[in-house]
Design a protein around this ligand. Structure first.
Ligand SMILES: *Cc1c(COP(=O)(O)O)cnc(C)c1O
Length: 359
């Protein structure tokens, strides 16, 4: 007798690439270990945030506010935007899924740079759309001309990741403006600003001003990086209301938990303290970059809370060497290694390993 057929997922499901998460460090005798593999914030919770989250946890028998009303009010006030232009989600990864679901029919194209954030190909493939990956320049920047040229009749979404994870450079306002001008107005331009708080450069983009000028520009932002709430999963989009409304329509009902909403609101209230911490991380980044330069490394411009070593075939070897001395980093086989700006105490060891791998 022929075996009965088993249920089969949609054909695209088998093609979804696996997410390779940054690993925790392996403990080494006599050494404090450090996790520099996931671009996490090394600081403890901001003042008031743990209290707000704990208080919210007491209501775990209740569903969260599905409309994220208080969070939208706080975000709207902080940025000076109408609440209709906001869409919260389970991290900005959730927003990428929602963008594909809301704007792409099967086979429609999503254009983005590569290498970039590894959740993009996962979300695009899961949504049944097609990835069009445009290679970065040699110094890890978006090739915005090539990305504009890659837009076809099938393109529904283009993503600009700035600063780019994992390579580090950010696009300038002038370059972003020129790019948006070339993209047809019916294509959604997503500006992934997961690391915007860490940017220190001339002509840095003003995302809010940019979204105000265009009907097709979406900003995605997150509480995971600068705000230190990676474990709570909350991000948001700022977009013209028809787009924000579409993103809210396809969102997972009750996706953002009550605890996450409360922690995000309390974090917004502690912004002064937050920005002081971010300044400190930016200083650490500059310090690490200059120490690496002294040992012979000229890295791509680091505008996020991480640095990128374009090690090519030696990426895994470099990561293993860091692992030997109690530091986990994020290797991308055959391409490079990303090291997060975490505890400064770990930098001596990072520099020591880097000196052995000078290009
Ligand atoms: C970390 C990151 C995000 C945010 O992820 P969350 O889902 O909000 O934790 C988004 N985009 C990029 C490029 C990132 O590196």
């Amino acid at each position: 007798m022929a075996p009965s057929p088993s249920p089969q997922p949609r054909s695209n499901v088998l093609a979804i690439p696996a997410y390779i998460a940054g690993k925790p460090p392996v403990a080494r005798e006599g050494l404090t270990s450090y996790k520099l593999s996931s671009n996490e914030n090394p600081y403890p919770p901001l003042p008031g945030v743990l209290e707000a989250a704990t208080e919210a946890a007491a209501q775990m028998n209740r569903y969260p506010d599905m409309g994220s009303t208080a969070l939208y009010a706080a975000l709207g006030e902080a940025m000076g935007v109408p609440v209709d232009d906001l869409a919260a989600a389970t991290g900005s990864v959730g927003l990428i899924y929602q963008l594909v679901n809301a704007f792409c029919d099967p086979g429609d194209e999503v254009v983005y740079a590569w290498r970039s954030f590894e959740a993009y190909p996962i979300a695009v493939t899961a949504g049944g759309a097609t990835s069009v990956q445009v290679p970065l320049t040699a110094d890890g920047r978006h090739d915005l001309d090539a990305m504009a040229a890659a837009v076809t009749d099938r393109t529904k979404v283009v993503i600009v990741c700035t600063p780019n994870n994992p390579t580090g450079p950010a696009v300038t306002q002038a370059d972003l403006d020129a790019f948006i001008a070339k993209v047809p107005s019916h294509v959604v331009v997503v500006v992934d600003e997961a690391y915007l708080e860490f940017v220190r450069m001339d002509d840095a983009i003003d995302g809010i001003a940019t979204y105000r000028r265009h009907d097709n520009v979406v900003l995605t932002r997150t509480f995971s990086k600068a705000y230190g709430l990676a474990g709570f999963r909350v991000g948001y989009a700022v977009a013209p209301s028809p787009i924000a409304g579409a993103l809210r329509a396809v969102s997972l009902p009750f996706g953002v938990s009550h605890v996450a909403q409360a922690a995000a609101i309390a974090s917004l209230a502690a912004r002064d303290e937050l920005f002081a911490r971010v300044d400190d991380l930016v200083e650490r980044r500059a310090d690490l970059v200059s120490r690496l330069r002294e040992v012979g490394w000229e890295l791509p411009d680091a505008q996020g809370n991480f640095v990128w070593f374009p090690l090519g075939e030696r990426a895994l070897e470099f990561a293993a060497a860091c692992g030997e001395i109690g530091i986990s980093v994020r290797p991308f086989a055959g391409s490079g290694v990303r090291v997060s700006i975490g505890e400064a105490e770990a930098f001596d060891r990072v520099v020591e390993v880097a000196a052995r791998f000078t290009p």
